[in-house]
Ligand binder design. Structure first.
Ligand code: PHE
Length: 448
């Protein structure tokens, strides 16, 4: 069977960055930062992103490109001993389940983005009641919007790598970046913004040793970089052999952390601006409000305060957010789909139909039991499963995968790699540092 491939390194970077940049950056990161004391969280997140997430991303990209397979087959094929092969397959299955669970809550939040995108249009044409329904929390509205989003995701995945994933990833990043910067420039001119800036940029170091903050920052870093579910591994398997992997990996890391940083620079000041406009941003216990609704409360207030253009800006913002969500959700659905196609000989169409329906059923279960399941699924997948599976992938890269195979793989895109700083540090890193640090953080998170 012919495997799909990205047509150039540049389109690969865009697609991988498209997967990484999504709701995690603009919805997850600012919410987490607001809930965990602002600047302390930002600093811990940045440290963990570069120290742990980048090396783990490299492990996935290298294993993926070397084996040119999905995670189940990839980890199986680099192992020689039967027990390691079995563990590899199990890790692959765990990644697939995690990807599906992530998509089941991701599609709900992405549905909210679709709702917020359609609201200004509905109101503009005089359908005020529809506009209100689209943005007010409700089970029927959640399920309907989620189904629309899953449909969109399924249609793109059905089209495959070049026609689907690549085409959609291409123009998004620049437009998102430009709009974010313009919005930040606007928000900083508004009253109250400096309080937000202080909160976001001046860390309270005493907070940084809080185990909850560290576990949240770890989960956020792995979630935001799409790690530990097989997404980056499968994307790595579609990349051309002459691509310089460490460089590609750093571009993706920089793009992802950069957009998250900018999103915080928009949302935290926007919270304080919103406070000036009458929105309550402190909860009863005196801490900043957070929760899944945060940006849906704060940003529309900001857009409304802009007067007439606010309508257009709000619409553009949520259009871009919806596209950012799609370029991530397709990378999540690709994980189980590529497995079903490659290992079970299913047609792409059938696999997409069945798997997206099954994941949609999970979403419906979450919508129907929102309070019990929504936060629980997020915490289980992003704070525990993703770091743990990433730890296993690092162990495979460090202990199971032959050092020479890795070196030869890297040399294809960078003949001098042997003498680079990357090659001096990374092998030791994935072997000892990453697994140990992830282990310690998870352990202390469990204990305290
Ligand atoms: N990184 C994506 C985001 O930030 C979410 C994601 C997680 C995508 C895991 C793929 C795999 O929105």
């Amino acid at each position: 069977m012919q495997r799909g491939q990205f047509s150039s390194t540049f389109t690969f970077v865009l697609a991988a960055a498209g997967s990484a940049v999504g709701l995690g950056n603009i919805w997850g990161f600012p919410t987490n930062a607001a809930e965990n004391g602002g600047a302390g969280f930002l600093l811990m997140y940045l440290i963990l992103a570069f120290l742990l997430a980048y090396p783990a991303l490299m492990a996935e990209l290298i294993i993926g490109r070397h084996t040119r397979a999905n995670m189940v087959m990839a980890l199986d094929s680099i192992a020689t001993r039967q027990s390691a092969k079995k563990l590899g397959r199990l890790t692959g299955y765990a990644g697939m389940v995690t990807a599906s669970l992530i998509l089941s809550f991701y599609a709900i939040v992405a549905g909210w983005m679709l709702g917020s995108m359609a609201e200004p249009v509905a109101s503009f044409f005089g359908f005020e009641a529809l506009g209100a329904w689209l943005t007010a929390f409700g089970t029927a509205r959640n399920i309907i919007l989620t189904s629309l989003f899953m449909l969109l995701t399924g249609l793109i995945i059905n089209a495959g790598v070049e026609q689907g994933i690549e085409k959609w990833s291409r123009r998004l990043m620049p437009s998102l970046l430009i709009l974010l910067i313009a919005l930040i420039a606007y928000v900083l001119t508004r009253e109250g913004a400096t309080d937000g800036l202080r909160h976001y940029l001046v860390p309270d170091f005493s907070q940084m040793t809080n185990p909850d903050l560290i576990v949240s920052a770890l989960g956020q870093a792995f979630f935001s970089m799409s790690l530990g579910v097989g997404t980056m591994l499968i994307y790595g398997s579609y990349i051309r052999s002459d691509a310089n992997l460490p460089m590609v990996g750093s571009l993706v890391t920089l793009a992802d952390t950069g957009i998250a940083f900018l999103a915080g620079l928009l949302v935290l000041p926007a919270m304080f601006v919103a406070q000036n406009l009458g929105v309550a941003i402190y909860g009863d216990d005196g801490s900043l409000i957070g929760g899944p609704n945060l940006i849906f409360q704060v940003l529309p207030t900001l857009f409304e305060s802009m007067g007439g253009v606010g309508f257009l800006v709000g619409f553009a913002f949520f259009v871009l957010m919806s596209i950012a969500a799609v370029t991530s959700s397709i990378s999540l659905l690709e994980v189980p789909v590529s497995y079903a196609v490659e290992n079970h000989n299913m047609s792409r169409k059938r696999a997409t139909l069945w798997l997206s329906s099954a994941i949609f059923a999970l979403s419906v279960a979450i919508c129907l039991n929102f309070d019990a399941l929504f936060d629980a699924v997020i915490s289980l997948t992003t704070e525990w499963a993703q770091p743990l599976i990433s730890m296993l992938i690092c162990l495979f890269a460090g202990w199971v995968f032959y050092r020479n195979s890795i070196l030869n793989e890297l040399k294809q895109g960078n003949p001098d790699i042997e003498h680079s700083l990357f090659w001096k540090l990374w092998p030791v890193y994935v072997k000892f540092v990453c697994p140990a640090l992830i282990g310690v953080i998870i352990f202390q998170g469990l204990l305290f």
